[in-house]
Design a protein. Structure first.
Length: 705
């Protein structure tokens, strides 16, 4: 099976003692394990101390794996299909259930005999039982026979694996076999100097102890080494691209601030916040560095990102270039445009708006204005990346809510630079991405954060209400409307169940229209199925104060600025994620009045939804919420990042939980690159080799052209 040159690590898994073709197929389909090496890198996701026994009376259905020492009281086959075994220890009794191997199990579990049962407790009709536990004899006085200590790894498993005979115990045996066969062939993947500087254990020690820890300390060392390595290589691969970009003189040099910037700045009706000033300084440094800027600007809703975009665009204009500002929706583009021309008034810089609904004549005029350079700043939607849009000299692209743009669309924008030098790029997002995640997702981007709201914002009072309180809610809305305020009512729209959602929305609209009848009240409605004109008409009616209530789907999530709106009602709030709820809430509290956010749910909500709602009621800090969201849902599910996802799937480290190691790994990767930007030294040969692997072939979108 091994041709001598091939490492055992690459051997097909079917040749591992105890596997064979049938189990090999299962391991492949269920766990993606095809070789010895794959199995070796399949780490336990949890550990149990097999020397510790849980008394039956203390078992709860939400516990992970438990080990019970109990005697068999009674066995009973029910309906010929299910073997129910009543087991008991001194503290109480419970049921163990078997659907397979009934004959074998019932012969083994003789009444009156004591065994060690190991498995996951579950709740069945209000009673706790344990399905298909591992069964072991009670150890003799010498203790249990084990590889390593008494800590056992628990591996992910599936129904199919268990039915195919790959139980927890079998998995442990396979890991034992693979360690024996392949561990001696594992080569160290980190240079000696890194192991020393970071105090990391050797790879073989780590692999042995991740599967069969000698003790808790050894396990900790093994985990730390493996997590650090994983995050270090991820950061190294991302940062390396940044260092390459830095070395090249591939950016448009914008050495001046320019007159337009100063004219705008001096005319501002307010002072910039400290955070806005800091971010503008960071951007200015980037733009005059001679290197291409690739910066992610994060700031909570209402933190004043638009202002920063305008001032950055004016730097480009002041240096003889053009700037474009791209928004994800027509409504947002219009709103940006309206705000921006206000700020531009004192500068004389010409701006234009280009969207899908721009008329042909207008479009033609804009095209020529962009080509001859008379338009300095263009605001728009996807229409901006059409092929017939050409610039005289595009120097800066600002992309609002980046996650709605695909990589290809960004690449198209890059190609619009006539000089061949890519424009500077500023990506703005109001989805607060935790710093740790931002570092992983955008390791090659620089990150700026506006972490301060403009002064004078009043906190939004957030409350949770159930259906029974609907009449009280309507009374409250009427009181607010009587005070001259406006109200948003938002319904979830998740496109898998679009039809259903629209029915909810329509019913909701009818209900509100009945409770808030004409002529005393005017209700507008906006949703994704309307034409752009319809949407604009309704939105404008609300923005101009002609409608008291706007019933909408989450299309308003990233849109509209209506300072007079003081109430945000979110229907079926349990169906929204935390950051989406937060975004919606950001639509109120923009004026000087006290604002409210009311989260409506059914009477029964899941534990997780309840937790989300409680968090919303307890904090307005978007970053705090994003951190919590990530902890609850895992980074892959974090809203606004589904499409980007993690650039590399992590095997052992977690971006949500290993923030400290991630920071450390990143700083260390930076120091390694500072010393050897091309990783050309012989000491770094192992690093070069690792980064050549396919999985690090991450597309760096600043480089696509
Ligand atoms: P974001 O895009 O981050 O959600 P905006 O740029 O739309 O926020 O700003 C929200 C509101 O705050 C706008 O009405 C804007 O004019 C105002 N604003 C921005 N910066 C300041 C500031 N430094 N002081 C007072 N108001 C500000
Ligand atoms: Mg904005």
């Amino acid at each position: 099976m091994s041709d001598g040159n091939r490492s055992a690590l690459e051997s097909e898994i079917q040749y591992l003692p105890g596997v064979g073709p049938r189990r090999a197929a299962l391991l492949k389909s269920e766990l993606g394990v095809g070789t010895f090496g794959d199995l070796l890198r399949l780490y336990p996701f949890r550990y149990v101390d097999r020397s510790s026994i849980t008394p039956i009376s203390e078992i709860r259905p939400d516990m992970a794996y438990v080990q019970i020492r109990a005697a068999v009281i009674r066995t009973e086959v029910i309906g010929g299909k299910r073997l129910s075994v009543t087991i008991a220890d001194r503290s109480g009794e419970m049921e163990a259930v078997f659907f397979k191997g009934i004959k074998w199990v019932s012969e083994k579990l003789k009444t009156g005999r004591e065994f060690i049962f190991f498995g996951k407790p579950t709740n069945f009709n209000g009673r706790i039982n344990i399905v298909h536990p591992d069964i072991d004899p009670v150890p003799d006085a010498q203790g249990m026979e084990q590889t390593g200590g008494s800590i056992n790894g628990v591996y992910s498993s599936t129904e199919k694996l268990r039915n195919g005979g790959i139980t927890a115990k079998v998995m442990n045996r396979l890991q034992e076999a693979v360690l024996r066969a392949a561990l001696p062939e594992v080569k160290e993947s980190l240079p000696e100097y890194i192991l020393k500087e970071k105090g990391l254990v050797a790879i073989r020690y780590a692999l042995k102890n991740i599967h069969f820890p000698d003790n808790m300390t050894a396990l900790e060392k093994a985990r730390y080494r493996l997590k650090f390595e994983e995050l270090f290589f991820l950061q190294l691969s991302l940062l390396k691209q940044k260092y390459i970009r830095r070395r090249g003189e591939n950016g448009i040099m914008m050495s001046r601030v320019g007159e337009a910037f100063n004219l705008c700045y001096r005319a501002l009706p307010f002072d910039l916040t400290g955070a806005q000033k800091r971010v503008i300084r960071e951007i200015r440094e980037d733009m005059r560095s001679g290197h291409q800027m690739n910066r992610l600007l994060q700031g909570d809703v209402g933190s004043g990102k638009t202002m920063v975009a305008v001032l950055s665009a004016l730097i480009a204009v002041g240096n003889g270039y053009q700037a474009c500002i791209m928004a994800p929706t027509e409504v947002l583009a219009q709103q940006h445009y309206r705000n921006i021309i206000k700020y531009l008034e004192p500068t004389g810089v010409k701006a234009a708006l280009l969207t899908g609904s721009s008329r042909t004549a207008e479009r033609r005029e804009i095209h020529s204005g962009l080509e001859d350079g008379s338009i300095g700043i263009i605001v728009g939607t996807h229409a901006l990346i059409e092929d017939d849009v050409r610039f005289r000299d595009l120097g800066l692209a600002v992309i609002d809510e980046q996650h709605r743009f695909g990589v290809e669309q960004r690449a198209k924008l890059w190609r619009k630079s006539s000089s061949g030098i890519p424009p500077h790029v500023l990506v703005m997002t109001a989805t607060p991405i935790p710093r740790t995640l931002a570092m992983t997702l955008y390791g090659d981007l620089d990150v700026s954060v506006i972490d301060e709201l403009p002064p004078g914002r009043k906190p939004v009072l957030t409350m949770h209400a159930t259906e029974g309180k609907r009449n009280a809610l309507y009374r409250f809305m009427k009181d607010q409307i009587a005070l001259g305020r406006q109200v948003f009512v938002v319904y979830p729209l998740i496109f898998e169940s679009e039809t259903l959602d629209y029915r909810n929305l329509e019913q909701g609209f009818d209900q509100i229209a009945r409770a808030f009848p004409l002529p005393d009240y005017k209700v507008a409605i906006v949703h994704g199925k309307q034409s752009n004109e319809e949407k604009r008409f309704n939105m404008d009616a609300f923005a101009a104060g002609r409608a008291n209530i706007l019933v909408a789907t989450s299309v308003i999530e990233v849109g509209v600025d209506v300072p007079n709106a003081s109430v945000m009602v979110i229907e079926s709030a349990e169906r929204f994620g935390l950051s989406q709820l937060h975004q919606l809430r950001g639509r109120v509290g923009r004026g000087s009045e006290r604002s409210y956010c009311i989260l409506m749910t059914g009477d029964k909500v899941s534990k997780e939804s309840r937790h989300r709602i409680e968090l919303m009621c307890s904090t307005e800090n978007g970053f705090e919420l994003a951190e919590e969201d990530m902890k609850m849902r895992g980074p892959g599910d974090l809203e606004g990042t589904q499409q980007s996802g993690l650039p590399i799937s992590l095997n052992i480290a977690s971006v949500a939980k290993d923030g400290i190691i991630l920071n450390d790994a990143r700083a260390y990767a930076e120091s390694v690159l500072e010393r050897d930007p091309g990783l050309t030294s012989s000491a770094n040969a192992l690093l070069r080799e690792e980064l050549r692997k396919e999985k690090y072939n991450i597309r760096d979108y600043s480089q696509i052209s």
